[in-house]
Structure formats: C-alpha cells, structure tokens
Design a protein around this ligand. Structure first.
Ligand code: GLA
Length: 714
C-alpha cells in the first residue's frame, strides 16, 4: 500500500537529528518524526504508513489528526493552534487547506488557507544548525473586517513514552527551581507578569520515566519570548501527547485589520536519546550561535552590594583599584549614578548624570577605570519611570497604566509605554546621548517590576511593549556594535532566547549566596551555557540570606558561570584577596574550556554533591568543579566519572584549587592527591577519580589535560 497523492513527505537533517513532516493538500501538516538521525535510505512512506493508527470505537468517526496546527473545525477537542473571532464570518473553527510548501535549506514554509474564515497561516518549521527544532506561525487576515486573535500557538506532538516532566518555579533570589512530576494530566503555565517573572521561566522538559542526566529520551521545550505566555504539556484520550507554546494575549490585545499579520514567538525544542545533558548541550550550541562572542568573558566587578546608592568618587575609585589588583577586567557602576537617585523611590526616567555625586560627570571615574586596564559598564533601567521623576511630572500619560483606575506600583515605579512613539523617542535619545558622551563598553539593562496594568488608554499593550523593547535593543546594538548588553530583571526574571537575540549575559539571580546559587545555576544550565550566566563572588555574609561561606566556595561557585565580584573588596583581608586572585587566575586559564566546550551536570549518587564538567570540543582539556553541597551520606566519597573523553588518550589530572581541607571528616587524603595522576580517558569515564572527603559547602577545581601517552603514571 502506498500513501495518498495528496500527502507529501519532507525530511530535514541537522547535527545528529532528523525531522520528517507530512504535508497534506487538504489538511494541516503532521509531524512524522523528530529524533536521532534516521539512515539516509529510510523509506519515509513506510514510516508514515506505520504510524497510521486504528480508529477507536465510541469516538468521532474520523478523529482529528494530531497535527502541527490542531484544528477545532476538524474535531480537535483540545486547545487548537488558532482561536479568533470576527463579526462577519466564522473564524473560530478553521479547516486549513494547503496552498504551497517551500523548502529552504533546513526549513519548511507551509502555507495554508481557510477560504471560509478568510485567514492564511504559514508554519515555518525546521532544524537549526545546533540541532534544535524551531517553529513559528504567522496568521494573516484575508478578509475585509477585522479579526480579534485570542491564541496563536505552536504545537509539537511528542512520543507517548515521555511520561515525566520537569517544570521550573521560583521567586526573587530563588529562580530556576525544578519541579519533577509524573506527566499524567494537563500541565499548564500561564504567565501574565509582562516579563517572564521569577516564577514562570518559559521552558519545560519531558522525558521517559526515570530519565537522568545521562540516560533516557528527553525533550526540552522553550518559548523564545520575554512577555506573557502560555505553555502546555497535554495528552489526549486517543493517546497523543503534545507540547504547546504561545504568547498569551490579554482580552482585546490583538486585532488584525485587513491584510495584517501576527507572528508567534519561536518555539525551540531540543531532543536527546541519552539524558538531559545531551538535550542541554544542543541548547547551549544554539545560544552560542546567537551570542557570537568575540572574546573571553571578562571578570566583572559590580558596585551594587558594595555601595548600593551611596556613590562616593573616592571609594568608587579605590574599589576599582582593588578590583584591578585581583584581576578584574570590567567594572560596572550599578544603580545610583543619575539625577536624584538616592534610593529606590525616585528618578527612574531622568537619565542625566547626577551632578551632586558626579560634579565633573562620569569621566573622572571612567578614566580611572580605563587607566587600570578595565572596561567600563553602566546600569540602566530604561523601561521604567518613577512617579517621583521629572519625566513623569512632564509626561504622566507615557506610563503604562489605565488612567481610569489608580496605578499599581512595583518598587515604587511604573512602566514606560514604549508603544507611544514620543516615549520611545525620548528614551532612545537619552540612551544614545549617554552612549555617545561616554566610552561605555557594557550596559546592565535592568527591569524590576511586573506589569500590572499594561495598558494604553483602553486596550492592553503588553505584547506591543515587548516588540518595542526588542526594536530598541536592536537599534542600540546596530548603533553601538561593540557595547555588550546584560539582561537583568530583579535577578533572573527575564531570561529567555527572545531577549538573548540582543543581549550577551543574564543576571541569573540577585542571590549571591553560593549554596542557593548552586541550585539556581543548575536549573539555569538546562537551557543556557555557563558563559551567559552572570555569577558573582558576594560578601562573606550573604546580603540576601545571611549565610556565611568562605571565599573558596563562593569563588568556585562563581566559576560555574561568567565570573564576577559583587563585594566591597576594601573590606576583604589580604588572605581573602589572595584567594580570590588565585581563583580568578584559574578562571582565566580555564574559561575557554568552560565557555566553548561541552558542559555536563553530574550529580552524585546521594544527591548531596554535584560536578559541573566541561570538555573542550577536541577532547584535549577538561575542567571539573566538584561542589559538596550537604553532608556526604557515606563516610567515603564515590569517585567522579567524567564523560566524553577520548578512551585511549592519556590525561593528567591536576588539582587547581580547593576549599580548605580541615580534616573534620577525613584523617588522610586520597593517595593520589599530592602527586601527579595520569589516567586514560576510558579509566576516567568508566572508573573515575576519588576526591577528598569534603566538609559541606566546599569545592574542588580539577583540570584534566591530554598528555602524550609516553608520560605514563608509575
Ligand atoms: C535589581 C538588580 C540588582 C541591582 C538593583 C539596582 O534588583 O537585580 O542587581 O542592579 O536592581 O537597583
């Protein structure tokens, strides 16, 4: 039996993945396969036929297909791809017909139309060079009357074997926490915060029951969007399982006039047949392709937790000198530098240097920083306005709020409505003036509140706000191509691939407590590589949790990302500064491997320790950071095993840095600790290395380097 002539099969290959799509002349397309590469000779027709299921009793006579564009009009009884309404024709129960399919390189553009609904839809779906699947839908109003759109979603059917789910939750200072649950019912995440918010990272992971970092089928799904969203992991009674992702539109927010179009944000999906690490590595490749970093990630110093709003030129310069002494390469002046900004009650919007704190402008500080060989960065929160600001007093109507109701403030501030051209132009001019007046290498772009009334005079504007933000960031990048932008949002409340198109770093959390950071950073690492994750060495006593950690644990934890310092080094003693300087030296030595190599999460069997393992693409250099998070459950540690090495290659294992080993739990160190250890890749992967028995909240940094096989261990 062969398949109908009305169906054409398309195949796309990339990295180690294959994607197969069935396009139908009289219906919307179906996913036939997405997973590990199929042999070139595979008969797609046979694969397609083998997937045609029987028709169950007691259901619709022709059950709706589990399509990439689920159609209510054909009997799909769950959330469809499109929901809309119009007054002159039915547009809520479409039946799509194919108009054409274009294959451009690794992407398919599938054009559909419904002549009754007078709507057109194009699905773009394909594989990116990273191996990540991406898809996006565009809806166009072909009628003459307007259409209100409630939903435009990307849908991806997944294997019925994937019955476990990890979603992410969190709050300020505790982002990217994992909730692992059986996937046996509908999972829905609705974000109405305007930004993603701390609680609603736009991503989810599904996998085979019991999947681990190194085993099992796993799919990670992400919506590349920095605003309101809806994510769904659902299943149907027929047995289909699927993921759905969309921008969430508030009532009346999206109206398409004749010939107007709306495009959804991209859905990104990464597949692995061997655990979550492999899934993450594809997302990391994808992030790296977008980042296009041209130099190693410089060591930061950020002034926030050192001085907060208390800007004193002498102290700021002394801090810069102390930072340069320990090896800092970029100095970032945080909040408090602009007119009237003495606390968080006033001045957002008034982007002029405060003459009371900086009578000669910022140049004296910048000159000092640059003379020390460091780059200079500056903090902004451009999308905001305080009611107590000259800007608000002059233009109260530029704030995103419903004038008919009293405003809901967040951190004493309102959001500037960037969809108002004059407000956009004012902000653009203020930023451009400052970027031209000062040699600014780096901008920390903050965004510190949820939108509560994201409105113009009547209709909601949350969607338009995100698009205007993206436009502004694109214009800045174009005009100042050498300036890097960091996305911060009270820590990690706006971390996603949408804003990553315009930014080079995320501030993952305001929490600099190294222990909390370990779990925050671990959650972050499922979707993003270490070099985009800002991670700072905070003060002895954490400002957000009051926990105390030694410098080694704080430094080693900061090494897991893009390392910086956020501590008043003028209060650090000589020993502490020497320890930081040593860790910074090791960070500089190993950052190419950490930031360009493949990264693995390797949890210990008792769950009380974790190792981040990075291996250069050529397998010649590896860096392992072993963190003892809690009291080890057994008296002796278990060996750490390091995947990905070349089996027959000989490697030298070197301890680069470690926490003090006070001997509370250990009489004698492992035999190899103070000698040189050489092992081949197979031994490191399959047998592993013993580490000392560590106190809780301590850390070890190891380097594994390829050496010629003649340099054998004796
Ligand atoms: C937010 C950021 C912090 C800091 C302050 C400044 O909370 O997350 O890092 O920049 O704003 O007001």
């Amino acid at each position: 039996m062969s398949i109908s002539q009305q169906t054409s099969l398309y195949r796309v290959d990339q990295q180690d993945k294959t994607l197969v799509i069935a396009c139908h002349q009289k219906a919307s397309p179906e996913l036939v396969y997405f997973g590990d590469a199929l042999p070139k000779e595979t008969s797609l027709e046979s694969v397609y036929l083998s997937q045609q299921a029987g028709i169950p009793q007691a259901m619709l006579d022709q059950p709706a297909a589990m399509s990439l564009i689920p159609e209510a009009g054909r009997g799909w009884l769950q959330s469809p791809a499109v929901e809309a309404q119009a007054l002159d024709r039915p547009v809520w129960a479409m039946r799509w017909q194919q108009v054409r399919v274009d294959q451009q390189s690794q992407d398919l553009f599938i054009a559909l139309e419904d002549p009754i609904a007078q709507l057109a839809l194009t699905l773009q779906i394909g594989l990116l060079p990273s191996g990540v699947l991406h898809q996006q839908v565009t809806l166009t109003n072909l009628g003459s009357a307007h259409v209100q759109v409630q939903r435009l979603a990307c849908t991806l059917p997944v294997s019925v074997e994937l019955t476990e789910r990890i979603s992410f939750y969190g709050r300020w200072c505790q982002e990217f926490q994992q909730a692992r649950e059986p996937w046996q019912s509908t999972w829905l995440q609705e974000n109405r915060n305007g930004r993603n918010g701390h609680a609603n990272f736009p991503g989810v992971i599904v996998g085979q029951a019991g999947f681990t970092e190194q085993q099992g089928q796993v799919l990670g799904m992400h919506l590349a969007w920095s605003g309101n969203h809806r994510l769904k992991a659902d299943y149907s009674i027929e047995g289909h399982r699927y993921l759905q992702a969309e921008a969430l539109y508030l009532p009346g927010e999206i109206v398409l006039e004749a010939n107007e179009s709306l495009t959804s944000p991209p859905m990104l999906v990464s597949h692995s047949a061997c655990g979550a690490n492999h899934m993450s590595q594809a997302f990391h490749r994808e992030a790296r392709a977008r980042l296009q970093l041209v130099k190693p990630r410089p060591v930061h110093l950020n002034t926030w937790e050192a001085f907060y709003f208390d800007h004193d030129m002498t102290k700021l310069k002394e801090l810069a000198s102390a930072a340069a002494d320990v090896g800092v390469e970029r100095y970032i002046l945080d909040d408090g530098w602009f007119k009237g900004r003495n606390d968080d009650h006033a001045a957002l919007g008034d982007w002029f240097v405060d003459e009371a704190k900086y009578p000669d402008g910022l140049m004296p500080l910048i000159r000092h920083v640059k003379a020390l060989g460091m780059e200079f960065g500056l903090w902004f929160e451009p999308e905001m306005v305080n009611p107590d600001s000259d800007l608000y007093r002059a233009q109260p109507e530029w704030a995103l709020q419903l004038p008919q109701y009293s405003a809901c403030l967040g951190r004493n501030q309102l959001v500037l409505n960037l969809a108002i051209p004059e407000a956009y132009a004012y902000l653009r001019e203020r930023l451009f003036d400052l970027f031209k007046a000062y040699p600014i290498d780096y901008v920390k772009w903050d965004m510190n509140r949820d939108y509560s009334q994201p409105s113009g005079a009547i209709a909601p504007q949350a969607h338009a706000q995100v698009l205007a933000l993206y436009r502004l960031l694109a214009e800045i990048n174009q005009a100042f191509p050498n300036m890097e932008i960091e996305s911060c949002s009270s820590g990690g409340a706006r971390v996603d691939f949408g804003i990553l198109n315009f930014t080079k770093r995320f501030w993952a959390s305001d929490c600099n407590d190294a222990l909390e950071r370990q779990s925050i950073q671990r959650g972050f690492s499922y979707f993003f590589p270490p070099e985009v994750m800002g991670s700072h060495i905070g003060p002895d006593k954490s400002h957000t949790t009051s926990r105390v950690h030694d410098v080694a644990f704080r430094s080693g934890t900061a090494m897991l990302g893009h390392l910086g310092i956020e501590w008043n080094l003028l209060e650090a003693n000589t020993q502490q500064k020497a320890t930081i300087a040593n860790w910074i030296k090791q960070y500089k030595r190993t950052r190419d491997c950490l930031h360009q190599g493949n990264n693995w999460r390797l949890p210990s069997a008792d769950g009380h320790a974790q190792t981040q393992w990075a291996l250069s693409q050529d397998g010649q250099q590896g860096v392992a950071v072993y963190s003892q998070l809690a009291m080890p459950k057994q008296a002796q540690t278990l060996p750490i095993r390091l995947p990905g090495l070349i089996p027959e290659q000989n490697y030298q294992v070197t301890v680069l840095e470690h926490s003090p080993l006070p001997g509370h739990l250990m009489k004698a160190k492992p035999a190899w600790w103070d000698t040189e250890l050489h092992l081949n890749g197979a031994s490191l992967m399959q047998i592993g290395v013993q580490l000392p028995i560590l106190d809780p909240e301590s850390i070890v940094l190891l380097e594994i380097k390829a050496v010629p096989s003649s340099e054998k261990n004796t």
